[in-house]
Design a protein around this ligand. Sequence first.
Ligand code: DOR
Ligand code: ZN
Length: 432
Amino acid sequence: MTDWLIKGAAPLGGAPTDLRLRDGRVAEAGTNLSAAGAQVVDAAGLIALPGLVDLHTHLREPGREDAETVASGTRAAALGGFTTVYAMANTSPVADTAGVVEQVWRLGRDAGHCDVRPVGAVTVGLAGLRLAELGAMASSAAAVRVFSDDGHCVADPLLMRRALEYVKAFDGVIAQHAEEPRLTEDAQMNEGVVSARLGLPGWPAAAEEAIIARDALLAGHVGSRLHVCHVSTAGSVEIIRWAKSKGWRVTAEVTPHHLLLTDDLATSYDPVFKVNPPLRTAADVEALRAGLADGTIDCVATDHAPHASQDKETEWAVARPGMLGLQTALSVVTETMVATGRLDWAGVADRMALAPARIGGHPVPDAARGGSLAVDASASMTLFDPAARWKVDPYALASRSRNTPFAGRDLPGRVVATFLRGRPTVLDGKLA
Ligand code: DOR
Ligand code: ZN
């Protein structure tokens, strides 16, 4: 494998440094390193971050390859600066057996754009009735550690308790899509002033908060790990803060879209803004940003949810919920968290790489020294130009779908290069 010399990048926004990548590792770090025998990337002005990790990606394969494939989704991931994505289980067939998770894992390995770590379903067929073969998925080649019925809530409290107990054996985690199903029947958007004005059935904050509170109590009771998917309300942040203060093993994620967008976008009736959980209010956005800044919310996860145009570009009530996220995530976090002074680049590295890796069960070595930027560490990293700006064009994204809620928006920052274990997956902003 070729050596790469990354010249003058600022690791975590610090002083400009040269990094030499050799045999998949950071071989040397310093100033004025010799370029002999290496391909050079001029990284002056670029921030070096550990390769980003997305705990929540829908790759749609097997079953809906018209919306996304493992190959197309991981191309989008690499272009967004990600070196690992966790592939959600709501495929067709559902990823509820060792066979399906191994298939997804192999497709990811063969595509080679980033690591794909399959998430296993908690219940058979996501039906919420019987536990899936969690142990078989854990001991499969895919080595599953994260289990989720995402798209559906594990609503039965006894089943949730059993799942939490079961995964303790291999330090797994249950990632809950917190939505009390009876409270959200027919729901179309956030329940509040805007839904009342539009006459659309509402999805109340309490439907999310009630499940988070219940599951935090269960996780505390059985001493297991709970992860809360796509936290969307101010009340949820408070409940998670309380659960953490008890010492319970509860972690949480927030999506880029919930950090930026609000429910008044539904007044356009453009289904690109329909998502589950729904966009909330400005007060919720403020609480989510504060919670991510103070660590109550551990990480950002995209909930990249591609949908084919016939499922999405239709009337609001029948359109599928979900938004693309992989290629815009770092820019949206730059706008909402860095430009507002709430996180520095070390904070971004923590919330988008180190924390999600830890939660997912493959902690980045040398996390204290900046993870993959330290000498000897595995060289998975992202070079990001914080001064660039770009306009989001849905047709220019690598996803097979076009449902980005940021279409036409001008966003800060651009991923210039991504390296996966010393090999470029993206160079000059294009697939390598
Ligand atoms: O908006 C969403 N889309 N929320 C989910 O929970 C599932 C996801 C999907 O699979 O499309
Ligand atoms: Zn979900």
